[in-house]
Design a protein. Structure first.
Length: 280
């Protein structure tokens, strides 16, 4: 008898390992940076979550630079809550010594909460494959690899995924229809494939966004599946933090500072060496 969790790992791993690096010239990226970040309160009462600091830079600055490292330099921020602070950081970047190279940054302003998918309808120029991601994700994922897999698989939507283990703090009972216990598991750990908050998309998905309504990514996925559209997963086993809770933020800060220290040492020892990435 095979383990379904291990089968899932094998299937996703096989698809990811075969992904080629993709030419990303002219690929657009949409970064969702309009949420309130309530789980990181009280910090986010005065600062939007994408501007939370990691070392001497904001999370969103790191996201933009990582995209640029992969050749993606056409970026749109979907902003809402405390958007003036995000604009101040990026519009005044050159004056503050923050340089984003050839990256072009545009803004879409949400006047009210629209959910995670609906703001895409406000973004101009999504006429070819594009990247969508949350503005609070720290990862060493190479987006070219994600795009290569997405296109070779023929998906309209590909979700970057990561394996996470969830520990259940209780004994789990398996009970049959007659209320008899068939098995007992003491505090089991469940392996799941979870969304990283990073997506490769085709323009056709925009047709599934209802005009003038709030719409989230789970709603979009369900709509695509109901219409038999190909939706796929891309497994990534490198560094990834979705900064939604205080403990995750603290772990991310420590891990990212270690990563950047290692990259700086590597650059000093070999100036021609490219930045360290876990997927190559």
């Amino acid at each position: 008898m095979t383990d379904p969790a291990l089968d899932m790992v094998d299937q996703l791993g096989a698809s990811a390992s075969g992904a080629a690096f993709e030419d990303v010239q002219n690929t657009k990226a949409v970064i969702l940076a309009g949420g309130r970040g309530t789980r990181l309160a009280p910090f986010t009462s005065v600062l939007p979550k994408p501007l939370m600091p990691v070392g001497n830079r904001a999370i969103l600055e790191i996201v933009v630079r990582r995209l640029a490292d992969c050749g993606i330099t056409d970026v749109t921020f979907c902003v809402g809550y405390l958007s003036h602070l995000i604009r101040a950081v990026f519009d005044g970047g050159a004056a503050n010594g923050n340089h984003y190279g050839p990256t072009s940054i545009k803004y879409v302003q949400e006047q009210e909460a629209m959910g995670t998918a609906a703001p895409l309808a406000l973004v101009d120029g999504l006429n070819d494959t594009f990247i969508v991601m949350n503005g609070d994700v720290l990862t060493t994922l190479d987006y070219r690899s994600l795009l290569g897999h997405h296109r070779s698989a023929g998906n309209v939507l590909t979700i970057a995924t990561h394996l996470r283990t969830t520990k259940i703090d209780y004994g789990i009972l398996h009970v049959d229809a007659g209320s008899r216990i068939q098995a007992f598991e003491e505090k089991p750990e469940i392996l799941s494939s979870v969304s990283m908050g990073i997506y490769a998309m085709e323009p056709v998905i925009l047709e599934y966004l209802p005009p003038g309504q709030a719409f989230d990514f789970p709603d979009l996925v369900r709509a695509l599946l109901d219409d038999d559209q190909p939706v796929g997963a891309f497994l990534y086993d490198g560094l990834w933090f979705d900064i939604g809770r205080h403990e995750e933020y603290e772990r991310a800060v420590t891990a990212w500072e270690d990563l950047e220290r290692d990259e700086a040492r590597a650059a000093q020892s070999d100036p021609d060496r490219a930045p360290v990435r876990a997927v190559e």
